[in-house]
Ligand binder design. Structure first.
Ligand code: NAP
Length: 515
């Protein structure tokens, strides 16, 4: 039986807690974790040494480390895909999305490091004259924090989540302590082994925790950073950790989201933008079995197109083949865990209070290539609100599976925007229209409630990756219930790991120090 290990101070050791990892298509146990204890002071002293080594390197040199890490993931791509299929219930396509996302994000930050050059700090903005004197000037600089970055990740993207967070922290010059969600940790565990083999990565700059974080968070201080991705409930627990509050530890939370897609009333069934909407919706519902924080959950359709949408989305969903993702013909695998299956079934039941079923009933399915009664399978489920204006649960409950709800509306932009805003802050929503006035109204009504907006128009068909793909160039995160966090966005992704300091003094001295 494979034993998942922690990586601390250059050694692989038993992780904390006691848990087993299974194949969600067969329920067979495939790995175990735990049996050890966490020596927090040894972990932190190793990480601090790694941080000191990173800070001596320029951004360009740190970027070269990221490039090497990206190449290691790429070289092990097939093996990692196999682990994601076995432990995550991923189809091959789902697995590639996660693993290529990981190597691609590391490569993108490697390029950013190259462009930032030989410096070890960032000059933020221009010099400003502070008084009438032509000598007294001020500047802002960004320098690496001297603590550690604790990264706690969700189960759905074990590779990408690890890599996107690590890319930003390491490029900023801050050592990483990465903890994957236990249930799907085989992929992250293998990546930790690959990183451990990379000699350009200073010892201690990357540590990996299998199992729980024990009381690590209680030992953090004002130079440290916590970046958490997962459910709002766990995010709240992490945020409330006494030591994090006492020492003003920077905490970034990426949590649940009820992302919406809005179809504009100007389109008809043959418009390219309408076809893009249908294709994006079917993919966003079913990719990764709907276990994507950016997946579309609420679908606003004008009354004039409601019947067309019901038919066209149902046709796409009927073509999805649910089953054991080890089989090539399967296009949607199981949910990742028994808990996920129970939660999704309970969520569908709650949504049923205010919806009717359009496709997939309550999620019952006969999976391909699975033993009867085994595996955490569910069918794609499309629901429709019986009264969009009164629906409540659909705006409050994230059902983390292949489930979405249609919300018919009049076609009025304000009505649509008011419905979307009831999600209380989302990671990403999308608007499909060729009417620039409609798009403008939606953008300015929705922007305060979102980290990202995707605009789908007819000319974009075939050119975009859709709303659900998180790209390193654009920020990821959202206000309110989405956690209030912000990651990525090119150089912006480094900011949580850097301290911005204002420096005022004699202008020639400032110029000599920072130019
Ligand atoms: P979760 O149950 O909240 O777990 C998230 C992580 O927190 C796991 O690594 C978990 O470890 C750890 N954890 C649990 N209790 C903890 C504690 N008391 N202290 C410190 N860490 C603790 O979430 P999940 O089920 O893995 O992920 C699904 C959720 O994540 C969904 O709601 C989804 O929307 C959200 N998500 C958000 C984003 C985003 O970017 N906004 C991305 C992906 C997913 P163990 O596994 O060992 O318990």
């Amino acid at each position: 039986m494979k034993k998942l290990k922690s990586y601390i101070k250059g050694r692989f050791i038993d992780g904390t807690g006691k848990d087993s990892l299974c194949n969600p298509a067969t329920e067979e146990t495939i790995a175990e974790v735990g049996g050890g204890s966490l020596d927090v002071s040894s972990l932190l002293s190793a990480a601090h040494a790694g941080g000191a080594a990173l800070r001596t390197l320029s951004f360009a040199a740190r970027g070269e480390i990221l490039r090497a890490l990206s190449k290691r993931i790429f070289a092990a791509r097939d093996e990692l895909i196999g682990l994601a299929i076995a432990n995550g219930g991923n189809t091959r396509g789902d697995a590639k999305f996660d693993i290529d996302g990981a190597s691609g994000t590391l490569a993108a930050y490697a390029e950013l490091g190259k462009s930032m050059g030989d410096r070890t700090f960032v000059v933020d903005g221009d010099s400003v004259q502070l008084t009438r004197s032509v000598r007294f000037f001020g500047r802002h600089i960004l320098v690496p924090r001297e603590g550690v970055a604790v990264h706690i990740n969700a189960f759905n993207f074990p590779a990408w989540n690890l890599a996107e967070k690590a890319a930003c922290a390491l490029l900023a010059g801050v050592p990483v302590i990465s903890k994957p969600a236990t249930a799907t940790a085989l992929v992250a565990g293998r990546i930790a082994e690959l990183f451990a083999e990379e000699s350009s990565l200073p010892q201690g700059a990357f540590s990996f925790l299998a199992g729980s974080v024990a009381d690590l968070l209680s030992h953090l201080g004002g130079q440290d950073v916590v970046a958490f991705t997962g459910s709002a409930a766990t995010g709240e627990t992490v945020r409330k950790t006494a030591a994090l509050l006492t020492h003003s530890v920077h905490v970034n939370v990426e949590a649940d989201s009820l992302n919406a897609a809005v179809l504009g009333p100007d389109l008809d069934r043959s418009s390219e933008a309408y076809l893009l909407f249908i294709a994006d919706l079917a993919r966003e519902m079913t990719q990764k079995t709907g276990q994507k924080c950016t997946a579309t959950r609420r679908v606003l359709i004008p009354d004039s197109l409601a019947e067309a949408v019901r038919e066209d989305v149902s046709e796409k969903l009927a073509a999805i083949k649910v089953g054991n993702p080890a089989l090539e013909e399967v296009t949607m695998g199981p949910l990742a865990t028994r808990q996920q299956l129970d939660d999704v079934r309970a969520g569908i039941q709650r949504l049923a209070e205010e919806t009717r079923s359009i496709f997939g009933g309550r999620g019952e399915v006969t999976p391909i290539g699975a033993e009867k009664g085994r595996g955490f399978f569910v069918s794609p489920v499309l629901l429709e609100a019986t009264d969009s204006a009164r629906a409540r649960v659909v705006h409050e409950l994230e059902v983390f599976g292949p489930v979405a709800t249609l919300l018919p509306y009049s076609g009025d932009a304000k009505v649509a925007a008011d419905l979307v805003r009831r999600g209380q802050g989302s990671l990403v929503s999308s608007v499909y229209s060729d009417d620039r006035e409609f798009l403008k109204q939606m953008v300015f009504a929705l922007a305060p409630y979102h980290g990202r907006l995707f605009l789908g128009s007819s000319k974009l068909g075939g050119h975009s990756v859709g709303p659900g793909t998180v790209l390193p160039q654009l920020v990821h995160g959202g206000p309110g219930r989405a956690g209030g966090g912000e990651e990525l966005g090119g150089a912006r992704g480094l900011h949580p790991y850097l301290q911005r300091t204002a420096i005022s003094g004699d202008r020639p001295i400032l110029d000599a120090l920072f130019d």
